[in-house]
Design a protein around this ligand. Structure first.
Ligand SMILES: Cc1cc2nc3c(=O)[nH]c(=O)nc-3n(C[C@H](O)[C@H](O)[C@H](O)COP(=O)(O)OP(=O)(O)OC[C@H]3O[C@@H](n4cnc5c(N)ncnc54)[C@H](O)[C@@H]3O)c2cc1C
Length: 411
């Protein structure tokens, strides 16, 4: 390859494309280098193909969704609140709609359409996109190795993503590139993924609970709580509430600490509410079996399992239930504990934890502290967030921050 680009963006995912659009529009000469034959493969599958691309929330509230020192990312989130992301997408022809939970989606478009709009905006602004270009080396100067070719650029934005869903192209190359520059990195781990329990729960596969509250107990750490829906899969437990706790579980497991997930299946009822409901259930249906009665609170198969865990036969007739048995069942409804022994593999994790240590990055400009002209954007950084559009928000915000920093340095 010949010539010196003002900015080479390594990785044509969400962060890289947002960076390229902003940089081209600011008049920079930009080339995007994407290893697969199509940009934005992961972006196209986000939000079940619908692309939950940001969240209606104040910068302060949003900062709390990220797993990092919130003080570090507050300036970035203040500079790029959700309104600015919506405005950016409107400028490339993607309008937004938000749902009852505040998740923002493209209106009348899907996630692949968002990717296509970003690519059109790059082309319109004169940017170049080269697919099938896997970057294998990076040397100050900036000399970028692609196969036997070397591209020279004044600035590089490393936006190679994490290591989850590798079939989309995000195979974790960013860490090797950073390590070759002796940058501090944190090993990848699945941050948003289902959890593997010690007990075989395959008999419950397919059972879902629309709203539970749960607490993750990692020995030696503060308990973490989450609420949302809960799914029993074949070898895992999943659902939004579980995903949001996964990263903390993964870290605890990597440090060989004991990890327990405690689930409250009836978060809207206190123990005394439940006692009262048992009393009225007994009065109205004296011959009803315990398992059937519990089916009013949880799915029937789960009810039977909870009875077994509480040591009470599920066919016990309500009027024959002892006080101790009733209390044991009520405790089980409010705090079932599952020992956690692993997470889903990286291949199926939604988001990756780990990446370039934030110690190496000036988060105002996203530039490496020790290398002028080297910038980072998106999941390659050691930051991850809950589900709800925050991870894409971070990708857009960091990508735009890089472009703005380079453009302002140029003028
Ligand atoms: C199934 C799924 C659903 C998701 N849903 C949502 C959602 O609804 N909302 C949300 O906020 N987040 C969601 N996420 C997370 C979100 O997709 C990511 O956080 C986001 O895509 C990260 O953007 P990125 O640009 O940093 O990385 P990526 O999108 O992973 O892009 C990185 C790009 O770099 C390329 N690349 C890698 N190595 C090289 C190399 N050596 N040379 C050249 N190119 C390279 C890759 O091919 C890839 O195109 C979802 C993720 C998955 C897997």
């Amino acid at each position: 390859m010949q010539g010196v680009a003002e900015l080479a963006v390594v990785g044509g995912g969400a962060a890289g494309l947002a960076c390229a659009v902003t940089a081209c529009r600011a008049g920079l000469d930009v080339v995007v280098l994407e290893r697969t034959d199509r940009c934005g493969n992961k972006l196209a599958v986000t939000g079940g193909g619908k692309g939950n691309f940001t969240h209606v929330e104040s910068p302060r509230a949003m900062a709390g969704r990220f797993d990092c020192d919130t003080r570090l990312i507050m300036p970035l989130l203040r500079k790029f609140p959700y309104q600015s992301i919506i405005q950016f997408f409107s400028s490339i022809g993607i309008e937004a709609r938000s749902d009852d939970e505040g998740c923002v989606w493209p209106k009348g478009e899907n996630a692949a359409g968002v990717r296509d709009a970003l690519l059109r905006a790059i082309a319109t602004a004169g940017g170049k996109v080269r697919t099938g270009c896997r970057v294998t080396g990076l040397k100050p100067g900036w000399r970028i190795q692609v196969g036997d070719d070397v591209l020279v650029a004044r600035n590089v934005c490393l936006a190679t993503g994490g290591a989850s869903y590798p079939r989309t192209g995000s195979t974790g190359d960013g860490l090797a590139l950073c390590r070759s520059l002796d940058l501090k990195t944190v090993e990848w781990f699945p941050a948003l993924a289902s959890l593997r329990t010690k007990d075989d729960l395959s008999g419950l596969a397919g059972v879902t609970q629309p709203r539970v509250e749960m607490t993750l107990l990692v020995a030696g750490s503060e308990p973490r709580t989450a609420a949302g829906h809960f799914i029993f899969a074949h070898a895992h437990v999943s659902g939004s509430s579980v995903l949001n706790l996964c990263g903390y579980a993964a870290r605890g497991l990597a440090e060989r600490r004991q990890v327990v997930l405690r689930v409250n299946w009836v978060p809207d009822r206190s123990a005394s509410d439940l006692s009262a409901e048992f009393a009225s259930g007994r009065a109205a249906h004296p011959k009803k079996q315990l398992g059937t009665f519990l089916g009013t609170f949880v799915a029937r198969r789960l009810a039977v399992r909870l009875c077994a865990m509480a040591g009470v036969p599920s066919d016990r007739i309500l009027t024959e239930l002892s006080r101790a048995e009733q209390e044991s069942i009520i405790r089980q409804l409010a705090s079932t504990e599952f020992a956690i022994i692993g997470t889903e593999p990286m291949e199926r994790a939604t988001v990756t934890g780990g990446g370039v240590s934030l110690d190496e990055v000036d988060l105002k400009t996203m530039q490496a502290r020790r290398f002028a002209g080297l910038y980072f954007a998106g999941e390659v950084l050691d930051v991850w967030a809950e589900t709800g559009g925050y991870n894409l928000h971070f990708a857009w915000a960091t990508g735009m921050a890089v472009a703005e920093a380079i453009a302002s340095g140029k003028s």
